[in-house]
Design a protein around this ligand. Structure first.
Ligand code: URA
Length: 217
């Protein structure tokens, strides 16, 4: 159930992003032709250690939301648009020893990093053939549908349009697929850690996902 990406695609990404502050590679996982594919931003530290996407604090929220609509993690394909962990380099003074220590916290991926991983993600969607894609957070939403969208404005809406895809030239531009794919953008599961008031909205949005899965509308 773990995805195996073609070596040449991974080598191309690694060559293009050499020198970027990125580590590891967490593959997407789940069944082929699932009812639902969940697409996040990028793995964090917990995911790099376990090689399991969405297994940290945000992953626990995601698992709860899936359970609320009768799905388990094994029913859905889970991945993100960037497959390595983006980190920042920080030098901070250790309170006890007074020594300067290096920290490597998670950071959001840059547009260039998302673009470099686009051929890998596009290949993955072609393999998985999901009936519905749920993007969680702005990074996945904008990668798939375009930079004009924000999750705050369109969460819980059903989009039926061709996904953005990478072009063969690494120009930074995307083109559009031919076939439409249903997409429902949702808030990132970590959003509630910063704003508890989003909880009812997130639950209502997952009910919208459940409706699509049961009725196809
Ligand atoms: N956030 C993501 O977008 N993906 C993960 O795997 C974990 C946290």
């Amino acid at each position: 159930m773990k995805m195996k990406y073609p070596d040449e695609l991974i080598q191309r990404v690694n060559a293009e992003l050499a020198g970027h502050q990125l580590e590891g590679l967490v593959t997407g996982r789940g069944p082929r032709r699932p009812q639902l594919m969940v697409v996040g931003e990028a793995p964090g530290r917990t995911e790099i250690e376990t090689h399991v996407p969405f297994c940290g604090a945000a992953g626990k929220e995601l698992t709860k939301s899936l359970a609320a609509i009768g799905l388990s993690r094994d029913d859905v394909y889970i991945t993100s648009v960037v497959r390595s962990r983006p980190y920042a380099l920080k030098h901070v003074q250790d309170k006890r020893s007074g020594q300067i220590v290096e920290k490597r916290p998670n950071r959001p991926p840059t547009k260039r990093e998302v673009r470099a991983f686009a051929p890998v993600f596009d290949w993955e969607v072609d393999q998985v053939v999901p009936q519905l894609i749920v993007t969680v957070g702005n990074t996945a939403l904008q990668r798939l549908l375009g930079s004009q969208y924000t999750v705050g404005a369109v969460h819980g809406q059903l989009f039926m349009q061709p996904l953005q895809r990478s072009t063969n030239q690494l120009t930074g531009k995307y083109e559009h697929a031919i076939q439409p794919t249903p997409v429902i953008p949702l808030f990132h599961p970590a959003a509630v850690f910063y704003n508890r008031k989003l909880q009812p909205q997130i639950e209502a949005d997952w009910q919208r996902v459940a409706r699509y899965i049961t009725t196809g509308e």
